[in-house]
Design a protein around this ligand. Structure first.
Ligand code: CTP
Length: 378
């Protein structure tokens, strides 16, 4: 099954504008054909050591990154011991100094064998980046650990491996998603927010070498790997979680969460009958940015201003009033921006002035935000 995913991996790497050259083992050709991978990679596929006698030196020398997906127990054993008896193992041996990702796939009994564990330990200590495997139903019909990671996870590891580590040493806290303010156990008021922007920010910071904590309100998104994820529900819980991280030494706080500005003045512990609730009394929630900015240890603070229309002045005022170092202006009524979509168009406002970005993916917005932050923080 994992071999089929390799076709999708090749195609998705090309979508991400990578140039992809595939090498196949003999065994892999029993599962998928070179033609499928040639089509997916739009490039020649290599499978023999002798068709092109110098390919095993040239291909790894030219590569920025080598990905072994799927990595079988047999291949891992060969890599761990420097055995070079086919094109793939010879290339891996010749990929000295290159970044190498391994995505193991095998039956759980093989994965948990002492030999395989030992080999993976050797490969990790040699600097190879291991992605997965995951638990679930295996091709043989058994359940257990051994499924190759999803293609998106492997791509993510590839992006991280190639990223400059310019946020190394920074402790970044990102908030994401909405908060819920309860009226009673079954009703709440909330803000619209999918959490996608905040999760993209956390991933970008992790990929650039930061130690990252993501404080998320209720969202459907899964916690990204390599990130500490604290799940919260109310504005009060989010405030406590943020304060805890700032006191523990966070150096950068990015408040992408859509924190509710109001919470019901009285939260009932039992369900209120609708005839008893004609009007709802609300209290203002504490402003998290203001609380952090006015405390002793202040991290670099980035806030978001979600507006409907080009209210740049309002965003600038929020930055000043709350003590932010930078504000991300976001017209949520514009096409391709705002809630539940994967793209955004934003304007950064900070002490260096204003920077307007094109419409781009939320991940690219996150990257641009950290580029800007590093410029003005320096
Ligand atoms: N924020 C916060 N604490 C709150 C509410 C918002 O820290 N209790 C943060 C948000 O995470 C965001 C920024 O403040 O980074 C948004 O500022 P805000 O003034 O809340 O924007 P709006 O809610 O859009 O304000 P208004 O309704 O006044 O336009």
């Amino acid at each position: 099954m994992a071999a089929y995913k390799a076709v999708d991996l090749a195609r998705r790497l090309r979508d991400a504008e990578a140039s992809v050259t595939i090498m196949m083992t003999e065994a892999s050709q029993r599962f998928i054909t070179p033609l499928s991978l040639e089509t997916a990679s739009q490039n020649r596929v290599y499978s023999s050591l002798f068709d092109d006698p110098l390919a095993h030196i040239r291909l790894p020398a030219e590569a920025d990154l080598v990905i072994i997906a799927p990595a079988t127990a047999n291949s891992l054993a060969k890599f761990a011991h420097g055995i070079a008896d086919d094109l793939v193992s010879t290339c891996v041996l010749a990929a000295t100094g290159k970044k190498i990702i391994i995505a193991p796939a095998m039956n759980w009994r093989m994965y948990e064998s002492p030999a395989c564990r030992r080999n993976l330990e050797i490969l990790r200590s040699d600097g190879m980046i291991q992605v997965g495997p995951e638990s679930g139903s295996l091709a043989c019909g058994e359940e257990g650990i051994g499924r190759m990671s999803e293609v998106s996870e492997i791509i993510e590891a590839a992006v991280a491996a190639l990223c400059p580590k310019d946020l190394a040493g920074e402790t970044v806290v990102v908030t994401a998603g909405p908060t819920r303010e309860y009226i009673d156990p079954v009703r709440f008021i909330s803000n619209r927010s999918s959490g996608k922007m905040g999760f993209a920010l956390a991933r970008a910071a992790r990929n650039r070498g930061a130690s990252v904590t993501l404080i998320a309100g209720p969202t459907a998104l899964a916690a990204p790997s390599g990130i500490t994820c604290i799940r919260t529900e109310t504005a009060k819980e989010m405030l406590q979680a943020v304060k805890g991280q700032v006191n523990a030494g966070a150096t950068i706080l990015v408040m992408a969460a859509a924190v509710a500005d109001f919470s019901p003045a009285n939260r009932s512990n039992t369900k209120i009958e609708k005839k008893d609730l004609a009007t709802l009394a609300l209290d203002r929630t504490d402003d998290i940015i203001t609380a952090v900015a006015s405390a002793g240890r202040k991290p670099f603070i980035v806030g978001f201003a979600a507006e409907t229309g080009m209210n740049l002045d309002r965003a600038a005022r929020k930055m000043k009033d709350k003590g932010m170092d930078m504000v991300v202006f976001n017209d949520v009524s514009a096409e391709g921006c705002g809630f539940d979509v994967d793209t955004n168009r934003v304007i950064f406002l900070d002490r260096a002035g204003k920077k307007e970005l094109e419409l781009m993916s939320k991940y690219d917005v996150a990257d641009a935000l950290f580029n800007r932050l590093l410029q003005i923080k320096a």
